[in-house]
Design a protein around this ligand. Structure first.
Ligand code: AMP
Length: 364
């Protein structure tokens, strides 16, 4: 069976690496001539909107999926006429606009930060008494990794913040004084089988994920599963989905969801019986889903802009390195490493060593 993927970056690469043992073959569409997934299958080089290439992708693939959430919905509609595409277009159309997304979550009874749509400085000024400070101004569309976001601490920040987002339609949202950031990842198959991963506990810096750890028996696991269960069913979802959450006491507040495999789930490659990548592929090909049981303690460290020498990383016991074969560039995720151990002993120390190595090579 041939899986078509829109995008040939590291997520597509990890999907292909997980799919090969299942006998799957891959074809990618990506405009970048040297794309890091490309040597794991056939690479169609060209624009995502090129009808000729989209037709070729649909003809050569049995099922199509994607690795990024900004795929124009019309492209999914075009492809779907010829070949099944998962996750469904609805997940994209809801998730691509932060206002639509938050309304959708709230309608499902999933809590979000207080928010308001704003499209001018006046709107923003009017919204602030209700939202309160501190707050975060985010562009409604095309924001990721903290891009298109400004924190507002007081009234004095309003006009600079509005200039920074360049008049783009925005959402202003209350700053959640979270104790932890977590994400729940789950996969749902064509037949409706669902597999939930243990919550991942995530640390960000400058809006970019740095470290993700698996949790064990987290007291909020059940609540988070109930949230993602509702969301998966409401979207009639097929594939792997991630829901990012803030934790305040015993309350969880949704930030956003990603209709794809997610960076906070990379630890599942070594840390779960079945990775998020394999389960995404099993889900879209309607195979039984694999166990999401955690194998010990796992922590994934991202390497951004630079990566420590492999010798140094691999000298750490229990560390597994994933180089994405991407050229280093400021702010670019180019590799990750996962530490997985059977016992809690030395785990904190291992994470510290990984984080220190990451900090020394970081260029974000
Ligand atoms: P996002 O692009 O929405 O995923 O935001 C990136 C990161 O910014 C999040 O992971 C949080 O660390 C932080 N952040 C975003 N929105 C909020 C919020 N309303 N309250 C507190 N922190 C936030």
């Amino acid at each position: 069976m041939v899986i078509g993927i829109l995008g040939a970056g590291q997520l597509a690469r990890m999907l292909a690496l997980a799919g090969k043992p299942l006998g799957l073959k891959f074809i990618f569409l990506d405009p970048t001539p040297i794309a890091c997934a490309a040597d794991n299958g056939k690479h169609l080089i060209g624009d995502y909107t090129d009808p000729k290439l989209l037709t070729q992708l649909a003809e050569e693939a049995d099922i199509i999926t994607y690795e990024f959430e900004n795929v124009p919905v019309e492209i999914i509609d075009f492809l779907s006429e010829k070949t099944p595409v998962y996750p469904p277009a609805k997940a994209l159309s809801v998730g691509q606009d932060r206002i639509t997304e938050k309304n959708f979550l709230q309608d499902l009874g999933i809590a979000t930060a207080p928010f308001k749509a704003v499209s001018s400085l006046e709107d923003l000024q009017q919204a602030m008494p209700e939202i309160g400070y501190p707050a975060i101004l985010k562009t409604r569309r095309l924001g990721y990794d903290g891009k298109g976001q400004v924190v507002l601490k007081s009234e004095n920040d309003l006009s600079n913040a509005w200039q920074a987002v360049k008049n783009a339609p925005c959402v202003i949202e209350g700053f959640v004084p979270f104790e932890r950031e977590v994400s729940i990842i789950a996969s749902r198959s064509v037949s409706g089988e669902i597999a939930y991963y243990p919550l991942s506990e995530n640390s960000h810096d400058k809006g970019i994920l740095r470290l993700a750890k698996n949790t064990r028996n987290d007291p909020l696991q059940q609540k988070a599963e109930a949230y993602i269960d509702t969301l998966l069913k409401a979207l009639d979802y097929v594939g792997t989905l991630a829901l990012e959450l803030f934790v305040v006491g015993d309350t969880i507040i949704a930030n956003e969801f990603a209709p794809r495999v997610h960076n906070s789930g990379h630890w599942t490659i070594e840390g779960s019986e079945t990775s998020q990548f394999e389960n995404h592929l099993r889900a879209i090909t309607d195979m039984p889903l694999g166990s999401t049981h955690s194998i010990g303690y796992s922590a994934m460290q991202n390497f951004i802009g630079g990566v420590p020498a492999s010798e140094k990383l691999l000298a750490l016991a229990h560390v597994h390195l994933h180089l994405y074969d991407k050229t280093a560039r400021k702010g670019r995720k180019i590799a990750h490493a996962t530490a997985r151990t059977d016992s809690a002993e030395n785990f904190a120390d291992l994470i510290k060593q990984l984080s220190e190595l990451a900090a020394a090579s970081d260029d974000s």
